[in-house]
Design a protein around this ligand. Structure first.
Ligand code: URA
Length: 225
């Protein structure tokens, strides 16, 4: 059970205190019936109609997004780059979502955003060892020695040492890298640690979630696990 005015404010439509005055002027429906009071209790599975839009009251919402370059993973846009939230056209829950594992502005690929804090924790915690797979193009060819070092774990600038990773070579300058953690700019810093540089980076999957069926810039709902 949740209060109607709290849910409306969570959705980002109105601050909670403005819901009561709004309801004096405009109708809000719960499962097709006029709501009686701003503090009325609603349940997961109910459908509220607000400003003509029907929205299911959901306990959690999780979406996959195929992020193009040029968008930031933060919840608010930055001066030169829009937030990933701008890609979530038609998603009424957009203001309730937070990203699980950021991608840099110039990185493409799979971004997962959820209202479920526990799910986000399970995705980003290195203890959970959820694989994240990256397609990586490099400025120089990568030696077998460098691959062995990266797989074992390398010291990043600042001293942090990475967990063991997996690498499949695609060609001289291209690899598929599987990480089980997500340090800040990790892929780029790992490649710098072996004297190389990322020229193109795309996240292809997070656990069992992939980009299948998602055009660049598109999004879809998924179930939490
Ligand atoms: N590692 C990076 O360096 N950048 C990303 O966007 C993701 C992982």
């Amino acid at each position: 059970m949740i209060r109607l005015d709290k849910y409306i404010s969570n959705l980002g439509f109105l601050v909670r205190s403005k819901v009561k005055p709004y309801m004096k002027k405009y109708e809000v429906l719960i499962n097709g019936e006029p709501a009686q009071a701003a503090n009325q209790k609603i349940q997961y599975g109910d459908v509220i109609t607000f400003g003509g839009e029907e929205i299911e009251v959901r306990e959690t919402v999780t979406v996959l997004i195929h992020k193009p370059a040029g968008y930031v993973s933060s919840d608010v846009s930055e001066a030169d780059y829009p937030s990933y939230r701008e890609l979530l056209d038609g998603c009424p829950y957009v203001h309730m979502l937070h990203v699980a594992g950021r991608l840099d502005q110039d990185t493409e690929g799979l971004l997962l955003a959820s209202t479920d804090g526990w799910l986000i924790h399970r995705i980003i915690s290195p203890k959970k060892k959820l694989p994240k797979v990256y397609f990586v193009s490099l400025s120089k060819s990568l030696s077998d020695t460098a691959i062995a070092e990266l797989e074992k774990g390398v010291a990043l600038d600042g001293g942090d040492v990475t967990l063991p990773a997996k690498i499949a070579r695609i060609d001289e300058k291209t690899i598929r890298l599987t990480l089980y953690e997500g340090k800040f700019h990790q892929v780029k810093r790992m490649m710098e640690a072996v004297d190389n540089q990322v020229v193109y980076l795309k996240r292809e999957s997070i656990g069992d979630w992939t980009l299948d069926g998602l055009e660049k810039g598109a999004w879809r709902y998924v179930e939490s696990f």
